[in-house]
Design a protein around this ligand. Structure first.
Ligand SMILES: Cc1cn([C@H]2C[C@H](O)[C@@H](COP(=O)(O)OP(=O)(O)OP(=O)(O)O)O2)c(=O)[nH]c1=O
Length: 190
């Protein structure tokens, strides 16, 4: 059986994969997450996911399968992780009372296959007051999250509805990933 490596620093991705009962280890990739904002959101997340996976693939034993992902929010433009509280506030004001899309690119590679795919989830936000945004930022939750919120945390109270895979918003489209593992890599979660 090949060794599975999750190329990620994200505790959320680790948790989602762990819940599937798979045996894997985590190694964080340290690629620079530079994006060309003129590219489409799907090509941005797919290319970053592939670069994270490939970074670890080239440093690993050849009998490894590497999984990596990248998540961004899209509302008229690409919204990544906020670099400051001020940026977090700007992002949350943009998302307030609007519909945005969360894109997660996922890449799975071994010595025979290099798969890159993405999943898109629609998220509708309620109207937020400045006070709610300020209080939320003070929790510290938004700072390492694309779009400056966490649907799995207190940020859930901002969400009116979603259409699509919830886990894709949290950072790992586990249902699609499981299909790819099964169809291409002969790894069956169930
Ligand atoms: C929208 C949203 C994003 N996020 C997170 C998922 C990702 O971890 C993060 C986006 O940053 P990413 O660059 O995709 O991932 P990361 O830097 O956290 O981890 P790594 O590159 O090492 O795998 O935002 C949530 O946890 N909840 C949410 O609701």
């Amino acid at each position: 059986m090949k060794k599975i490596i999750l190329a990620s620093n994200s505790p959320r991705r680790k948790e989602i994969l762990k819940n599937m009962g798979l045996n894997f280890k985590t190694i964080s990739s340290d690629i620079e997450e530079k994006v060309d904002e003129n590219e489409s959101p799907e090509s941005i997340v797919m290319s970053l996911a592939f670069r994270k996976a490939n970074d670890i693939f080239v440093k690993s034993d050849k009998d490894s399968i590497i999984i990596a992902a990248d998540t961004i929010v899209f509302y008229n433009k690409v919204i990544g992780k906020p670099r400051s509280k001020k940026e977090a506030k700007e992002m949350l004001r943009l998302l307030s009372d609007n519909t945005h899309y969360v894109y997660t690119g996922v890449s799975i590679i071994d010595d025979k296959n290099k798969i890159i795919d993405f999943v898109k989830t629609k998220v509708v936000f309620k109207k937020l007051t400045d006070k709610q945004i300020d209080n939320y930022i003070e929790t510290g939750e938004p700072l390492d999250k694309a779009g400056a919120y966490a649907i799995q945390g207190v940020g859930s109270v901002f969400v009116d509805s979603i259409e699509g895979d919830y886990f894709n918003v949290v950072g790992l489209p586990i249902s699609r990933l499981s299909d790819i593992l099964s169809d291409v890599f002969n790894i069956h979660i169930l």
